[in-house]
Write a protein that binds this ligand. Structure first.
Ligand code: ATP
Length: 217
C-alpha cells in the first residue's frame, strides 16, 4: 500500500538515464510512494518539442516496462492545450485532499519556477522535492527563495506529515546527461548508447526521430 503520490514531470524528449536514475533514487528514498512520470503534452516553457507527444509517451513506457513500481501518467498528453503543472496537481489533489503529493524536479527546473504558471499555488497543492543536477546550482529569484527558505525540511518523513507546502532538497547521483545532448548526437550521426535504455534507442531509430534536429546548435 502506498501512502503518498510523487509526480515527476518533463518533456522526456527522449527519456534518458538521468531521468530514470533520479526517479529510482527518489522512489526508493521515499518508500511507500505511488511514483508517476508525467510527460508534458504541449510544454509552455519551450517553443516546441522535437518528437510528438505520442512518441515521447511510447519511449517512456518502453523504458519503464521492466519497472512496474515507476508508472507513467499520461494525463498531460491527453489534455488539450498547454501542459501546466498546476492543472496536473489540481486534478491529482481533486482525487484525494489529504494524501501527501510530492512534485519532483531537477535543480535547473526549480531555478525556473517563477516562470511557471501560477507558481505560488504549487505550494498549496504539493510538496517540492528538488533533486541535484550537474551544472545547476540553486539560484532563485527573491520571491521564490523566500518561499523555499521558509518551507524547507531536511527529512523525507517530514514530507509525509502534511499533504503539501514543504520543500526538500535531495542529493542524487549526479549524471550529466541531457535530452538536448542526446538529440544533438543523433543529429550528427553519433551513437548515444549507454545514455538511455536500448529499447528507447531502438524506438528512435525505428521511427527516424531526431535525425534532422537543427535546434540548440
Ligand atoms: P532538455 O535537454 O531537452 O531540456 P532534459 O534532459 O533537461 O531535456 P527534461 O525532460 O526537460 O529533460 O527534464 C524533466 C525533469 O528531469 C526536470 O525536472 C529536469 O530537471 C530533470 N532532469 C533531467 N535530466 C536530469 C539529470 N541528468 N539529473 C537530474 N535531473 C534531471
Amino acid at each position: 500500500m502506498t501512502v503518498a503520490t510523487a509526480i515527476f514531470g518533463g518533456t522526456f524528449d527522449p527519456v534518458h538515464y538521468g531521468h530514470l536514475r533520479a526517479a529510482a533514487e527518489v522512489a526508493e528514498a521515499l518508500g511507500q510512494v505511488d511514483f508517476r512520470l508525467v510527460p508534458a503534452g504541449t510544454p509552455p516553457h519551450r517553443d516546441t518539442t522535437m518528437a510528438l507527444a505520442r512518441h515521447r509517451l511510447a519511449m517512456l513506457e518502453l523504458a519503464l516496462t521492466p519497472w512496474p513500481d515507476l508508472a507513467v501518467d499520461d494525463r498531460e498528453v491527453r489534455r488539450r492545450g498547454p501542459s501546466y503543472m498546476v492543472d496536473t496537481l489540481r486534478s491529482l489533489r481533486a482525487e484525494n485532499a489529504e494524501r501527501p503529493l510530492i512534485l519532483c524536479l531537477g535543480q535547473d527546473a526549480a531555478n525556473q519556477l517563477e516562470a511557471w504558471y501560477h507558481w505560488g499555488e504549487l505550494f498549496e497543492l504539493a510538496h517540492l522535492l528538488i533533486m541535484t543536477r550537474p551544472r545547476s546550482r540553486p539560484r532563485y529569484p527573491a520571491m521564490v527563495a523566500e518561499q523555499i527558505h521558509k518551507r524547507r525540511v531536511r527529512t523525507n518523513s517530514a514530507l509525509m506529515s502534511a499533504p503539501a507546502g514543504l520543500v526538500r532538497q535531495m542529493e542524487i547521483t549526479r549524471l550529466a546527461i541531457s535530452s538536448t545532448d542526446i538529440r544533438r548526437q543523433l543529429a550528427r550521426g553519433r551513437n548515444p548508447r549507454f545514455l538511455l535504455p536500448e529499447s528507447v534507442l531502438a524506438y528512435i531509430h525505428k521511427h527516424g526521430l531526431y535525425r534532422d534536429h537543427q535546434a540548440d546548435e
